[in-house]
Design a protein around this ligand. Structure first.
Ligand SMILES: NC(=O)c1ccc[n+]([C@@H]2O[C@H](COP(=O)([O-])OP(=O)(O)OC[C@H]3O[C@@H](n4cnc5c(N)ncnc54)[C@H](OP(=O)(O)O)[C@@H]3O)[C@@H](O)[C@H]2O)c1
Length: 219
C-alpha cells in the first residue's frame, strides 16, 4: 500500500493495514525524514519515501491529502494504479473551487483531472479517523461496520473492497465516481451514522443504514 498523505486518516488506514499484514510506504509533503516517528511506531512493515516512490511502490495507492493539494500531485506513478481517494472538499481549508462549489464535478472527478489514468475508488472519506480505528471488527462479528465505495472500474473497486475487508470492514457499493456526491461532505452518510466525534468509540453501522443514508442524499 502506498500513501500520498500520512495525516490523521492516512496514518490510521496505514496502521490498520499494517495490523492486517500489509506492507505500507508512507509519504507527505515535507519529506520521508519527517515520518520517522510514525514509521517507527508502525514497525517493520512500514517505511517512508517520497510521494512518487510511495505511489510507485503500492499495488493500491491511497491519496489522502487536502483537496487544495490535488494540483501538486505527481500523476505519472498513479497511471494504471488502483487509487483510493479519501478526500473531502471544504472551502474553509481548500479555498473555493468553482466546479466543486457548483457541484458540476465530484471531488473524485476533480482528482481524476490531475491523475487521469488512475483507477480511482472513493472510500474512507465519510468516517472520522478515530471511529475508523475503533470500529474494526472481524468478518464474523454481528456489529461489523460498512463503508460506501464508489468508482468506475469494477476491478479497482474489487481490489479496494478486498483491502477494506482485510482491515475489518465491509462495503456498500455506492456507484460510480459521478455518483460519489452521495457520500461527500455534509451528506447523510458523511460522519453521522458512526456517531458524534465526541464519542471516540463510534457506533457500528450496518449495510442497510449505509444504503438508506446514500439514498437520502440530495444535491
Ligand atoms: N480527519 C479525518 O477524520 C478524515 C476522515 C475522512 C476523510 N478525510 C479527508 O482525507 C484527507 C486527509 O485528511 P487528514 O485529516 O488526514 O488531513 P491531515 O491530517 O491534515 O493530513 C494531510 C496529509 O497530506 C499531506 N500532504 C499535503 N499536501 C501534500 C502533497 N502535495 N503531497 C503529498 N502529501 C501531501 C500532508 O503532509 P504534510 O503534513 O507534510 O504537509 C499530511 O500528511 C482530507 O481531504 C480530509 O478531508 C479526513
Amino acid at each position: 500500500m502506498g500513501f500520498i498523505g500520512s495525516g490523521h486518516i492516512g496514518s490510521t488506514i496505514a496502521r490498520l493495514a499494517v495490523e492486517a499484514g500489509h506492507q505500507v510506504v508512507l509519504s507527505n509533503s515535507r519529506g520521508p525524514e519527517t515520518l520517522a516517528d510514525t514509521v517507527a511506531e508502525l514497525g517493520p512493515r512500514a517505511s517512508a519515501a517520497t510521494s512518487g516512490e510511495a505511489a510507485a511502490a503500492g499495488d493500491i495507492v491511497v491519496v489522502t491529502v487536502p483537496v487544495k493539494a490535488f494540483p501538486s500531485l505527481t500523476a505519472a506513478p498513479l497511471a494504471g494504479k488502483t487509487v483510493v481517494d479519501t478526500c473531502n472538499y471544504g472551502p474553509a481549508r481548500d479555498g473555493h473551487i468553482p466546479e466543486l462549489d457548483s457541484k458540476s464535478l465530484t471531488s473524485s472527478e476533480l482528482l481524476l483531472r490531475y491523475a487521469p489514468d488512475a483507477r480511482l475508488v472513493k472510500a474512507f472519506n465519510n468516517i472520522y479517523f478515530k471511529h475508523l480505528l475503533s470500529l474494526v471488527r472481524p468478518v464474523e462479528a454481528p456489529d461489523r461496520s460498512y463503508l460506501p465505495v464508489a468508482g468506475d472500474s469494477a476491478s479497482a473497486k474489487a481490489a479496494v473492497t478486498a483491502f477494506i475487508e482485510s482491515i475489518g470492514y465491509s462495503v456498500v457499493d455506492a456507484g460510480s465516481l459521478a455518483d460519489s456526491w452521495r457520500q461527500a461532505t455534509d451528506t447523510p452518510v458523511w460522519g453521522t451514522p458512526y456517531g458524534p466525534v465526541s464519542n471516540e468509540k463510534g457506533l457500528p453501522v450496518g449495510a442497510d443504514a449505509i444504503r438508506a443514508a446514500l439514498a437520502a442524499a440530495t444535491r
